[in-house]
Ligand binder design. Structure first.
Ligand code: KQY
Length: 367
């Protein structure tokens, strides 16, 4: 029977036999949100909108894409997006579908949504903007548009802070999940119990820290991800004077000394990061500063990483930075995924907003 509603379920995915598949598995489609806020995106988000439109257009060559857009931007977004991209009205505070959108779970017959609490990466204790009330409703709106049932999870969590292999293992960082501005008072064990209930995982691979200067408090999706079960990609630098070196080295050692839920040792692939990417004076000037929103200061280093790529059916969309490491990163990722077409998007404008291609997308798996 087709479900034409979205019910709030009084159960958990684990109890109902649902789990989160790996992002590399087949998708029914992808979800995104349209950028517009001028205190995060320079020049009233015009340059960012072009790149979001390019990302959506690329993904839509592989699978259906739905773009959530505010009422005020509907006409503009429709004009800038190809017809292959579906536009629906969804209000939001910003455009990070990975983080405020739902996590989709399946029992291989049905798809459901997990709706986490969202507090803009730290609430009033270091969060990136206020308010975040519209973002917090995005997961619910997506479930309603998709006409799927929804679980409400009892913790603050952003989708970019977790990565799963779909076979029981979950990668994350203590810097984010145990941060006092997410779920103060909850221990690692208590958080693991909730993740077991809502994602149906049973093996936790905890890295300590994410990418240097990542404003999300070290999201895993910039640092490390599963390419397929048993195989991970890790952001890397050979430059020992770069603070990222120590972080990546420590993460490499943790990954080397762990096994996944099936008892496999991990195959680890290092992807060398771009040279430091700094905000220019012109870029900084283009942002309209507002109290309570993270300022974009000239000279600040951004958390640039090729790991923030996105899988889609038969493809992978990789951010590039016009950097001498772009070519090697693309070649390595293509070698690691010979059955996919690697497509790059020059993503500096997304990075200027504080994230990258993975952060602005969310996969809906095929059941
Ligand atoms: O990295 C992400 N998953 C999102 C970054 C959000 C930055 C907000 N300014």
């Amino acid at each position: 029977m087709v479900n034409l509603m979205s019910n709030l379920l009084d159960s958990t995915p684990r109890k109902d036999g649902f789990y989160m598949p790996g992002e590399f598995e087949k998708h029914a489609g992808s979800w995104m949100l349209w950028p517009e806020r001028p205190d995060n995106w320079r020049l009233s988000a015009k340059p960012a909108q072009k790149v979001f439109a390019e990302v959506a257009a690329v993904i839509s060559q592989f699978e259906p894409v739905t773009m959530g857009v505010s009422a005020q931007q509907l006409q503009n977004a429709r004009k800038m997006l190809p017809h292959s991209v579906r536009v629906v009205e969804i209000a939001s505070n910003d455009s990070w579908m990975r983080d405020c959108g739902p996590t989709f779970v399946t029992d291989r017959k049905t798809i459901r949504a997990v709706d986490w609490e969202f507090n803009a990466w730290g609430g009033l204790d270091g969060g990136l903007y206020f308010p975040w009330d519209l973002d917090d409703l995005v997961a619910r709106e997506v479930a309603e548009v998709a006409q799927i049932d929804r679980y409400k999870a009892p913790i603050v969590l952003e989708g970019g802070s977790i990565n799963v292999d779909g076979e029981g293992a979950l990668l994350t960082t203590r810097e984010c999940l145990l941060n006092k501005n997410r779920n103060p008072g909850k221990t690692q064990t208590e958080i693991e119990e909730i993740l077991k209930d809502y994602l149906n995982v049973n093996q936790f691979i905890w890295l300590n820290r994410g990418v240097h200067r990542d404003e999300t408090s070290g999201h895993i999706d910039n640092q490390c991800c599963f390419i397929r079960p048993g195989v991970v990609a890790l952001t890397w630098t050979d430059d020992k004077s770069d603070p990222q070196h120590e972080i990546s080295q420590e993460n490499y050692e943790i990954l080397q000394s762990t096994v996944d839920a099936k008892g496999r040792k991990l195959e680890i692939h290092k992807i060398h990061q771009p040279d430091p990417v700094l905000i220019t004076e012109e870029e900084s000037q283009g942002v309209t500063p507002v109290d309570g929103t993270l300022p974009r200061k000239a000279g600040d280093r951004m958390a640039a990483s090729y790991i923030n790529f996105y899988f889609c059916n038969g493809g992978v969309v990789v951010p590039t930075f016009n950097d001498s490491h772009d070519k090697l990163a693309l070649e390595k990722l293509q070698q690691l995924m010979p059955d996919r077409k690697v497509v790059c998007v020059y993503a500096r404008e997304i990075l200027l907003g504080g994230g990258n291609i993975h952060c602005v997308t969310q996969q809906q798996p095929l059941c």
